[in-house]
Design a protein around this ligand. Structure first.
Ligand code: HEC
Ligand code: HEC
Length: 399
């Protein structure tokens, strides 16, 4: 009897030791989610040297929320959990699908109650390198930590209050080991949920595209990439403004190297690399003729009329997968987007300077059919097939 007792203590102790040491939150919940015994490596990605050497030191990760593998793991589970919505029907991933570059394939996504979102869902990759005050199409969220709590409370998207969220997540037992591993105890707070979700999103780095390979080989975005077809190289030249020497208004001016505050009259730095293909600025690319539209973007948020019709310059990473395009998803294909820049730019009163000719008219690139096709072919070199099939960013739930 005594021996038996001792033996049970031994077993219990062993179990406790194994629980706390495997560090993945799986114990007892392997019927709920499938997580590896040792958490995936998120915090120490294997960037190619060209990738980090051109980030210009910019990283929006706050010092109190640097990535740890256990916090990202918690964020991954939250991201895929439909319990995050009021009626358990919608998770973040419902509108941000991994196989679509974390975007959605419909102009407006469907929220928990069947209603449509106001704007087109946005894909993400390399979000840690986005400029500050730079989230959402209208730049209305200043930080990612603030941004990730907004869809949860949105009346179309997930329909919760933060109070309900904390109660609900706190009552789900399978979160206890995940919070414990992530933060040292099982307490659920808004702040911890925000940290975990934003860490998961920041952990989604993209650096394995045909384009990244080209930079790795040449170390220079402006030269011929030997791993590209002739067509893709032509598209790259058009994108980077090589065919229009003044470089004003070609794609790189706005979808520019990282967050370098480029102005169209300044040269592109020699060591430029498009880690995010998005500038820190917002722009009006002449989609509408005037301000009598439902959505005027940044101008409305800031109360600045001259910014009406201005929207975030979105990242072009995985752009092949994130259609339909533009803030309202009005353009179904990349061919339509190129057609817009080639012949479709409208004379909006607040059209961005980068979209105008010297005489102030909307600038049309007037590309030939071959050049248009080449530009589309170039945009498709930005697809990261490893990322969209990487298990560590996939749905961990068993059902
Ligand atoms: C019902 C669909 C839907 C759900 C659910 C949803 N989103 Fe979104 N998400 C969108 C839409 C639409 C936008 C663009 C909104 C805008 O700019 O007005 C967006 C934008 C974003 C952005 C901004 C990206 C950028 O480049 O600025 C991030 C990050 C994001 N969502 C993360 C999340 C997270 C985290 C969750 C879960 C907590 C979530 N989303 C839930 C549809 C959704
Ligand atoms: C004046 C700055 C500017 C220039 C120049 C520019 N873009 Fe854009 N681009 C933007 C902005 C801003 C948006 C979002 C517009 C909106 O939705 O209202 C955008 C949207 C896009 C989108 C859709 C992204 C998405 O997620 O829906 C693609 C693709 C794109 N641009 C490619 C290009 C290409 C190719 C060129 C060169 C021919 C180019 N851009 C030139 C600023 C610019």
């Amino acid at each position: 009897m005594k021996l038996f007792k001792l033996f049970s203590v031994f077993i219990v102790t062993l179990t406790l030791i194994s629980c706390s040491s495997d560090g993945n939150g799986n114990e007892g919940y392997s019927d709920v989610y499938n997580l590896p015994v040792i958490p995936y490596n998120y915090s120490n990605p294997n960037f190619p040297h060209t990738f980090t050497s051109y980030v210009y030191g910019f990283d929006n990760t706050p010092s109190n929320n640097t990535l740890t593998d256990n916090i990202v793991t918690l964020g991954r589970v939250l991201f895929y959990d439909k319990k995050m919505s009021i009626n358990n029907t919608v998770s973040c991933a419902s509108c941000h699908k991994q196989e679509l570059g974390f975007s959605d394939d419909t102009p407006k996504s469907i929220g928990f109650d069947g209603d449509h979102t106001f704007r087109n869902s946005m894909g993400f990759a390399n979000v840690g390198f986005y400029g500050a005050e730079n989230f959402f199409w209208d730049h209305s969220a200043a930080t990612l930590e603030e941004q990730v709590l907004i869809p949860i409370q949105d009346e179309v998207e997930m329909g919760m209050t933060l109070h309900e969220l904390v109660e609900k997540i706190g009552a789900l037992e399978y979160y206890s080991p995940l919070f414990e591993n992530a933060f040292g105890d099982t307490q659920v707070t808004n702040n911890r949920i925000s940290k975990a979700l934003s860490q998961f999103i920041r952990s989604i780095y993209s650096y394995n595209t045909k384009y990244d390979e080209g930079i790795e080989i040449t170390n220079d975005i402006f030269v011929y990439f030997p791993n590209f077809t002739a067509e893709e190289n032509l598209g790259k030249d058009i994108f980077n403004g090589k065919l229009t020497p003044e470089a004003i208004g070609t794609c790189i001016t706005c979808h520019l190297p990282n967050n370098v505050p480029l102005h169209f009259d300044q040269p592109i730095p020699d060591n430029a690399n498009q880690v995010i293909f998005s500038g820190a600025e917002e722009d009006n690319v002449g989609l509408d003729i005037d301000i009598n539209v439902e959505d005027n973007g940044v101008g409305v948020i800031l109360g600045v009329t001259s910014l009406y019709g201005h929207f975030k310059t979105p990242s072009l990473r995985n752009i092949e997968l994130t259609g339909p395009y533009m803030h309202d998803g009005r353009l179904a294909t990349l061919e339509k987007v190129v057609e817009h820049y080639s012949t479709g730019v409208l004379a909006h009163p607040y059209l961005s300077a980068h979209m105008k000719n010297g005489n102030g008219d909307p600038r049309h690139l007037d590309l030939t059919p071959e050049e248009s096709a080449a530009l589309v072919a170039f945009l498709k070199t930005l697809t990261d097939y490893d990322l969209i099939s990487d298990e560590k960013f996939s749905d961990p739930f068993i059902d």
